[in-house]
Design a protein around this ligand. Structure first.
Ligand SMILES: Cc1ncc(C[n+]2csc(CCOP(=O)(O)OP(=O)(O)O)c2C)c(N)n1
Ligand SMILES: [Mg+2]
Length: 389
């Protein structure tokens, strides 16, 4: 916990040379830089390229395409009635892959809108389909890869701070990472988690994807802060703001952050990106945003930008894009077939998983529900027991 352990860190109230004037501490005095390596037009300074070998540079591309194909397929099966809902990540691939590429299997990963990082650490597409069908086995499988999905936004930040505290006590050579959205930064839990990490100096890495919206709420209406990165300073945490459409910049930023975090200096990263699809398949974004805005961001497609970089490096000829897409589609087909093999679910499962021992009120509700189904078996007709979500 380095020098943060000292008992008294309140700067003395000695006055200053303001000449009696009331002086404000203002965000307009802050200059918040945004890290970028490959500019939107594909130009870059070769000196600034992170130290990745050709194989790793090609892997970054493959994972970004995996992310895009997975989102497309998940939205499609939801439309066919085979999934309850899904949150697409189209447009955020550089942000998601550049960051996750820096993590090691021993790091803990708690994600918001970022599903491929689970695949990158060995979780299967089948488990992800099960998760989105509301089947608990999916989440259980993720835990085997030190990872979880937080649907209750911001709720995972205190947990990640707690995991980081445990890592600190164990002197572990690893970090605990929370992926969160811009909206999650407005929750009380996020404040508590980041504050705890900052005050104790814990190995926690906060990776915030500012994709412009919390469902229909644009960032500008959600917060008075010019940037999310600046919020970290109030917790005594250093921050990096990065161009989330530039996979190499995101990798570079998070790689640097991870090194610091390991030494007990938490870091907050704001990755500036954009959600091109709806919030989830239940949402209609045409109700709250203009086509021109989406078109603007489509012109900042992160995969296209990285493709330009690969061409400049002479690596594009190594890639057979159509073959990659075909392989990922085939992997998805297999995963879906495996997920469809799941047996019917018992309706009592609605009450399982959260508690070791059912609290009395839930036990009462379960008994009432079972009694109802016994008395009126035709009610089963209204309950979907196939694991479709
Ligand atoms: C604690 C909590 N409140 C409300 C919701 C409903 N909800 C689901 S997603 C969402 C917005 C999330 O926005 P953001 O954090 O920016 O993440 P994004 O979906 O943009 O990735 C809300 C309010 C929730 N899941 N959890
Ligand atoms: Mg958001």
């Amino acid at each position: 916990m380095s020098d943060r352990e000292s008992d008294i860190r309140v700067p003395p109230a000695t006055g200053d040379d303001g000449g009696g004037e009331v002086r404000y501490l203002s965000q307009s005095d802050l200059s918040v830089p945004t890290h970028q390596i490959v500019a939107p037009d594909g130009s870059y300074d070769a000196e600034a390229i992170p130290d990745l070998d050709d194989g790793e540079l090609l892997d970054l591309y493959r994972w970004m395409v995996t992310d895009r194909v997975f989102s497309r397929r998940m939205v499609n099966i939801q439309r066919r009635g085979e999934l309850g809902t899904f949150g697409s990540t189209r447009g955020q691939e550089a942000s998601i892959i550049g960051s996750a590429f820096t993590l090691r299997p021993e790091d803990w990963l708690y994600v918001g809108r970022a599903w491929t990082p689970m695949f990158m650490r060995g979780a299967s597409m089948t488990d992800m389909i099960l998760f989105w069908r509301g089947i608990e086995e999916g989440q259980e499988a993720f835990a085997k890869h030190n990872s979880q999905i937080a649907i209750s936004i911001g709720s995972h930040l205190p947990l990640v701070a707690g995991i980081a505290w445990g890592m600190h006590l164990d002197d572990a050579d690893a970090v605990a990472t929370a992926y969160l959205g811009d909206g999650a930064t407005s929750t009380g839990a996020a404040h508590e988690g980041i504050n705890l990490a900052g005050s104790l100096g814990l190995p926690a890495l906060f990776f915030c994807q500012n994709n412009g919206y919390a469902i229909s709420m644009p960032y500008g209406k959600q917060s008075g802060a010019n940037t999310i990165a600046q919020k970290a300073l109030a917790y005594g945490i250093d921050a990096i703001r990065v161009d989330g459409q530039d996979v190499l910049a995101v990798y570079d930023a998070v790689q640097s952050a991870r090194e610091r975090v390991k030494d007990g200096e938490p870091v907050f990263v704001e990755s500036v990106t954009y959600r091109l699809d709806a919030h989830t398949t239940s949402d209609d974004p045409t109700r709250y945003r203009e086509d021109e805005e989406v078109e603007h961001w489509e012109a900042h497609d992160p995969i296209e930008r990285y493709r330009e970089f690969l061409k400049s490096e002479g690596l594009w000829s190594e890639i057979d894009h159509d073959a990659i897409v075909e392989e990922i589609d085939a992997e998805f087909d297999e995963a879906l077939a495996a997920a469809n093999e799941m047996e019917e679910r018992a309706v009592s499962e609605m009450f399982a998983h959260l508690y070791d021992e059912l609290p009395p009120e839930l036990a009462r509700q379960l008994a009432e529900f079972e009694e109802l189904l016994e008395r009126r078996p035709e009610m089963y007709d209204y309950i979907e027991q196939r694991p479709k979500g």
